[in-house]
Design a binder for this molecule. Structure first.
Ligand code: BGC
Length: 364
């Protein structure tokens, strides 16, 4: 029996080594971006695969179907994280885990308490969507001290912070890629975003919470895609909308009142803000894809409907289901004894560009 278990475990680990967190699904893992996770020699600059996981004499306990998992979400009142946490909960429960998902209410102190409570309760593993990226070092220190295998999601810490604990992995996406895709969506329009033909693309940027790397890199790389393609750009305004639909609506209404027809492109760091912005665009009598362009990120159902109807130029799939599946794979790898080398602790799921041409593939 023990031999059989060891065989199953080592086979699972070999598979895990080859594919990064066990791979398997539609999602792929990719190199970490140089800006946030320098590659170590161990990573070979490519796949973010677990580093050393050969089973030893003291074979670790089996990943417990029926084990207890604590999931901390930065706040429940976030459209994208709602889809994500529902997917996560379903995958874990379908696999037989006992899952508790808690709402951090966007309050890091509260989330710290929740993590401590989970540790006191003796959970087998944690999946944490930090409230503040800047709190990552403290969180990592806490889970390391308690020796709890941990998967961080959605808000990526630095590689240096993660290097403190080898039973820790980050599962997310390469935020720069989503920004680049947003810029490409504009470049793919008939006039490359220069609707009025004055030789430059004049845009407003509605930003997520800038503490979050997704907001920083989407802001940077969406515009960089345009300038890399030789376009001149003019930023009319950049305003923090904290990922929130109502804020997106208000910011866009104010900008339209101030800049009017000068605005050719509305970049939103996420779909919820884009859907809010669309309401203001329509109230101002503007028509997306005719006299203004609008792009978001996430591929929320509401945004997919608007892309299909021609009311958004496009969006970028932020694959909540793929990330949830990958997070669970990585968690199971950790429970089976995987450890991660410094510099190889980020596992990425690809973003996908969504336009009217392929939107049907993402609906339903
Ligand atoms: C998503 C946003 C979400 C944020 C939460 C981002 O990746 O695009 O919609 O609000 O994560 O951290």
């Amino acid at each position: 029996m023990k031999k059989l278990f060891a065989f199953v475990l080592s086979t699972a680990m070999l598979f895990s080594l080859l594919t990064g967190c066990g791979g398997g699904g539609a999602s792929s893992s990719q190199p970490a971006p140089s800006s946030s996770a320098p590659q170590s020699e161990a990573s070979g600059g490519s796949e973010a695969a677990p580093a050393s996981s050969a089973p030893e004499e003291s074979t670790p306990e089996a990943a417990p179907a029926g084990g207890t998992i604590g999931v901390c979400i930065y706040k429940f009142d976030d459209a994208f994280m709602t889809t994500y946490r529902n997917a996560l909960q379903k995958i874990l429960e379908d696999k037989g885990y006992t899952v508790t998902v808690v709402d951090g209410n966007n309050d890091q102190a509260k989330q710290n308490e929740q993590i401590n409570t989970f540790i006191t309760q003796g959970v087998d593993a944690l999946i944490i969507n930090p409230v503040m990226t800047s709190a990552a070092a403290t969180i990592i220190d806490t889970v390391k001290t308690a020796d709890i295998p941990t998967v961080l999601i959605n808000r990526e810490p630095t590689a240096d912070e993660m290097a403190a604990y080898d039973k820790l992995v980050y599962v997310g996406c390469d935020a720069a890629q989503s920004g680049t895709f947003q810029g490409e969506l504009i470049l793919e329009t008939a006039n490359k975003g220069d609707i009025n033909g004055d030789g430059k693309v004049s845009y407003i940027m509605i930003q997520g919470d800038p503490e979050n790397i997704d907001a920083k890199l989407r802001t940077e790389y969406s515009v960089k895609a345009l300038t890399d393609a030789g376009m001149e750009v003019e930023q009319l305004n950049l305003t923090r909308g904290d990922w929130d639909r109502e804020k997106g609506q208000t910011i866009c209404a104010n900008d339209l009142a101030q800049f009017g027809d000068q605005i050719e492109v509305v970049f939103c760091n996420n779909d919820d803000m884009a859907v809010g912005a669309l309401q203001s665009i329509q109230s101002a009598g503007r028509k997306v894809n005719e006299d203004i362009y609008l792009v978001g990120v996430d591929a929320l159902d509401a945004a997919l409907n608007e892309v299909k109807a021609g009311n958004m130029t496009g969006t970028v799939l932020n694959d909540a289901n793929g990330q949830a599946a990958k997070a669970v794979e990585c968690m199971e790898g950790l429970l089976a004894g995987d450890t991660y080398a410094a510099g190889s602790q980020s596992v990425y799921v690809d973003y996908v560009k969504v336009t009217p041409a392929n939107v049907a593939d993402f609906m339903g």
